[in-house]
Write a protein that binds this ligand. Structure first.
Ligand code: COI
Length: 354
């Protein structure tokens, strides 16, 4: 149990317009901070006014990217209460990410306590507007000043809060995705399944290319054959082909998404055939050609559930489901967001009140 010291700001910020939040552009009045020192462990948990942190320019995170992060949300229910969705799953995933980049783990209970405490302090910032929520960004960074390559002996764990609207400007309308066959995101044995900043830096070239061609995001193929589908930038991906739900398996190269896991759980609960197996881009193109490719949707905390309306692969445009949101996509969206915002019963014990 953390003994969190709270220092409140004397200069609260003006609140952003809820109708025009965008994603991840505004930050609340406070942040959670905790230090780690080798030999002592995690110490000095505190909530302080939001603001710049001072760091030595030799801090290891700035040179060798020893860092991890998480993405989660706090939701405002119709009765005004604030709730979190599966926060312990984010805590457990951060532990796995930290292990992969040789950083100390934070006990899951402490992680959840820290998130709840900072959300409680800034609970007035949780938006009321439809589809808006308080995006939560926990992060761990290496702070030891040294340019030798080794694991840092000191770290900071910080939790930021950002009132946000839809991740994609399209909202929950179909998005256009570029299938990347030049750059790759991950290979087995690498860091693909860890939520570490370097993965995202490496994805930017593909993402910028896709954007310049008018596509919202990239769909990554595997790093060896450039053939098997892995994930869409910032989300996992799910297909419905001839009645079967198919999604790439967790074999070390893709992010083990909590929204992915929740969506698969729901669809299995509804009695659908759900397969976690490899699917090649050629099989996908063939399914499109023979009319069995019914739906594609992207799932992630920030993006929630986004229908994919178009794919571009090697000069070919594939329109999916007449650029309309599919039935299963809509049902997963309605059910997940219904549970998250407290409009539907929490049958699976996914919700925790703040
Ligand atoms: C999330 O969905 O929370 C993510 O972390 C994706 C992203 C904005 C990097």
């Amino acid at each position: 149990m953390l003994d969190i010291k709270i220092t409140l700001t004397e200069n609260p910020k003006p609140r952003p317009d809820e109708a025009n939040l965008g994603f991840g552009r505004h930050f609340t009045d406070h942040m959670f901070v905790m230090n780690y020192t080798r030999g002592t462990g995690w110490h000095d948990p505190r909530i302080v006014p939001y603001g710049p942190i001072s760091m030595d320019p030799a801090a290891m995170v700035l040179h060798y990217a020893q860092e991890t992060f998480e993405g989660m949300k706090a939701y405002r229910r119709d009765d005004g209460k604030v709730q979190l969705f599966r926060p312990e799953a984010n805590g457990a995933r951060m532990q796995r990410s930290n292990r992969r980049v040789s950083m100390p783990e934070i006990p899951v209970d402490d992680f959840v306590q820290a998130v709840k405490a900072i959300v409680e302090v800034d609970q007035d910032w949780v938006p009321q507007a439809k589809d808006a929520s308080l995006y939560i960004r926990p992060m761990c960074i290496a702070t030891q000043p040294s340019v030798g390559v080794s694991a840092s002996s000191t770290y900071l764990f910080i939790v930021l809060l950002s009132p946000s609207g839809s991740y994609y400007p399209e909202g929950v309308s179909p998005v256009k995705i570029f299938v990347e066959d030049e750059y790759v995101r991950a290979i087995k044995g690498g860091t693909g399944e860890a939520k570490t900043g370097g993965n995202y830096a490496a994805s930017l070239a593909g993402q910028e290319k896709a954007r310049s061609l008018g596509y919202s995001q990239v769909m990554w193929l595997d790093g060896i054959h450039r053939k098997y589908i892995e994930e869409i930038g910032t989300t996992n991906v799910i297909f419905k082909i001839d009645g079967e739900i198919i999604t790439p398996p967790l074999e070390g190269t893709i992010l083990p998404g909590i929204t992915r896991d929740s969506a698969l759980h729901l669809m299995r609960h509804w009695g659908m055939k759900v397969s976690e197996r490899n699917i090649s881009i050629d099989d996908l193109v063939e399914a499109h050609e023979n009319g069995t490719l019914e739906e594609i949707f992207a799932v992630g905390t920030a993006a929630v559930v986004s229908p994919v309306g178009e794919l571009f692969y090697k000069g070919k445009v594939l329109t999916i489901n007449d650029f309309k949101t599919g039935e299963v996509t809509q049902k997963v969206y309605d059910t997940l967001t219904g549970i998250q915002w407290g409009r539907l019963k929490d049958e699976f014990n996914w919700i925790q009140q703040v």
